[in-house]
Design a protein around this ligand. Structure first.
Ligand code: GDP
Length: 453
């Protein structure tokens, strides 16, 4: 394979920046842009050796550098690799990369390092996808999930299911080879039950995917409630909780500003705070339509009520607007004498949290309640959760075929009919891990990567 080079760290001012080279000629090419103080040559030193020296091009030296040598197959890509670690200024890194090109390296394509790692059997496709997850993970759970994926936990789960299916396939083949003997009724029943069980396990994987997506992308959340119940105070409590990682950025789906806050390790995308502060504007106070609109896109509603006030018509209106969206009723201001009828909440909400947004008391209960209504409490990010649409689609396909195989069996179809579906399900599994994935599938996985990964 030819030798590729790319800047593997962000191209912005930083203490350190890394240019990575991978391929047969990596040590020689790196040796043309890097000179060790000790006089040692990268081509000669053992793997996992660091050399300190300088980088240079035709115009002379331009930075100090630590070069790390990896010998095939013990490297990220499985090839000979050199990582040149310099100062992280964009000018330094660009000049170093240009020097590597001049010395014989080719520009790496997006994800090409990881693609080579995949082709060299260092990782399967789900692990490669985890690399992307790893570099973009923000919350603690998302990080755990990505790490588990990189360790091969997703593949391990898939492989286990696939092996079950393989065993079924082998039985089917055996029966097909000895048609006279036919399937004993008992065995046919076993086969059917195994298929149903497998279908159930695939369904479980799919529902975990949905929960996992919330942890990755953030939960679109609306704080709803009549003016003065304490929405802004609650909002401040939420954003203040981990102020250092609160970021404001333009929402991706709509043109509004969303605030990303962490409630425990669940990222919430709190929509447009200005739009939620209705209190000052008398016209907006009547804005049922507005509230309805805000609520319609939400994945989570925190419906806030004021414990220190009696029930109002507006409170009742809010209840009517919630519909089927996961919701937590928040009875706020529990530090004040209670005037609010709790039976009202008990009648309309499954999950109720009493708290004081002002003092923060009860905040832990809110964290727990949110996990519960989003079905996140049972999700174990370490278990190997599906996390890309590609993985989801492959599992969905496997499930459809397993279902069809079971139906075919129950409907008295010929064994051939059952086998076709079992084998289609198997090929979905092989595609998922990349054992038998087409070039086009592999391309789609890596085209989402950035250069240098
Ligand atoms: P919003 O209109 O729903 O956004 O309500 P605000 O957050 O602006 O709160 C309205 C008033 O209630 C403010 O004076 C807050 O200080 C007060 N408030 C909010 N939460 C609490 C609470 O938990 N306890 C008490 N005692 N006052 C609160």
């Amino acid at each position: 394979m030819d030798t590729i080079a790319a800047i593997s760290t962000p191209l912005s001012p930083g203490a350190l920046g890394v240019v990575r080279l991978s391929g047969e000629e990596a040590p020689e090419i790196a040796g043309r842009v890097f000179a060790a103080k000790s006089g040692k040559r990268l081509a000669d030193v053992p793997g996992y050796t660091c050399l300190f020296g300088e980088v240079y091009d035709r115009d002379g030296t331009f930075d100090t550098c630590v070069a790390t040598r990896f010998r095939a197959p013990k490297s990220y890509t499985g090839e000979d690799v050199v990582e040149l670690s310099c100062h992280g200024g964009p000018a330094v890194l660009r000049r170093l990369l240009a020097a590597c090109y001049a010395a014989g390296a080719r520009a790496a394509k997006p994800g090409e390092f990881t693609r080579r790692a995949f082709l060299n059997g260092k990782m399967d496709l789900t692990q490669a996808e985890s690399v992307m997850e790893m570099v973009s993970a923000e919350g603690a759970s998302a990080l755990q999930a990505a790490h588990a994926g990189m360790e091969g936990k997703v593949s391990a789960r898939i492989t286990k299911l696939r092996d079950k299916l393989l065993a079924l396939d082998a039985h089917l083949a055996a029966w097909a080879d000895f048609p006279d003997e036919g399937i004993e009724e008992v065995e046919g029943k076993d086969l059917f039950e195994n298929l149903r069980e497998l279908e159930g396990e695939l369904s479980a994987l799919l529902s975990e995917f949905d929960a996992g997506q919330l942890l990755r992308g953030g939960v679109r959340t609306v704080l709803a409630g009549r003016p003065n119940v304490g929405k802004s105070t609650l909002m401040n409590l939420l954003s203040g909780y981990e102020k250092s990682i609160v970021t404001s950025y333009p929402g991706t789906t709509r043109d509004v500003v969303e605030e990303r806050v962490f409630l425990g390790d669940v990222p919430l995308l709190l929509a447009d705070t200005a739009g939620l502060r209705d209190a000052d504007d008398p016209v907006e106070q009547l804005g049922v339509a507005r509230t309805r609109q805000k609520l319609s896109g939400a994945q989570l509603i925190l419906a806030v009520f004021d414990a220190s006030q009696p029930l109002t018509e507006e409170d009742e209106e809010l209840v009517g607007l919630i519909g089927g969206t996961p919701c937590v009723a928040v009875l706020n201001k529990n530090d004040l004498p209670s005037l609010f009828p709790t039976y009202f909440l008990e009648k309309h909400f499954k999950t109720i949290v009493t708290l004081s947004a002002k003092s923060g008391e009860g905040f832990q209960d809110l964290q727990k309640a949110v996990k519960e209504v989003l079905h996140l409490e049972k999700l174990d990010p370490n278990a190997g959760v599906l996390f890309t649409q590609r993985q989801r689609a492959a599992v969905e396909r496997a499930k459809v075929h397993v279902h069809a195989a079971a139906e075919a069996l129950a409907g008295g179809m010929t064994l051939d009919g059952v086998t076709i579906d079992v084998e289609s399900a198997l090929s979905a599994f092989y595609e998922l891990t990349g054992e038998k994935a087409s070039e086009a599938v592999i391309d789609t996985v890596f085209e989402t990567f950035c250069v240098g990964k």
